[in-house]
Design a binder for this molecule. Sequence first.
Ligand SMILES: [Zn+2]
Length: 171
Amino acid sequence: MFTYCPACASPSIRFERERVFRCADCGFVYYHNNAAAVAGIIDRGGALLLLERAKEPARGKLAFPGGFVDPGEGAVEALRRECLEEIGFDPGSCVQFFASFPNVYPYRGIVYRTCDLFFTGAAPDLKKEDLHPDPHECAGIHVITYSNLNEADLAFESARQALRLFCAGLR
Ligand SMILES: [Zn+2]
C-alpha cells in the first residue's frame, strides 16, 4: 500500500504481521486494522433476500444486503443504513445478531481484512415490488427459497459460512 513512508518519504517502510506499517527511519507506525462490516439475513418466511452485486469485487455474485460500518456508527445502525441505501428497506431495530466470520475484501489493489457481523431479521410481508434497489450497488434483487439457496452463488466466504450455519439451523 505504501512504497514510501508517508511521514519522511523513506523507502524503509515495511508491512508487518498483516496489520502494521512501520518506518525503520523515522518510527512512523500505521495500523491497517480490520474493518467491521455488517450483513442482514432477511427472512421472508421460507425465502431469503439476496442482492446481485453491481460492482467489483465479485460483480454479478449474490450477497446479503449490508456493508462497512462507518466511523462512529453501531453495527445495527450500519445495517439499517446500508439496507436503506442499497434496497430502500429498513429491517428495523429488532434484528438479531446471528454469527460473525472473517472476510477478505480486495478493492482497487488494496486487500481489506474485515470482521463481518451477520444479523437475522424477519420480514414476512416484504414484497420485491416495494424495494428500491440502488443501481450502483445492486443489479437485481432475488428472493430465494431455502431449498434453492446455493452457497456457490454467494460473493464472499464469510457469507457462505453464515448461510451454511443458517441452513443447518433449519433442519
Ligand atoms: Zn519514516
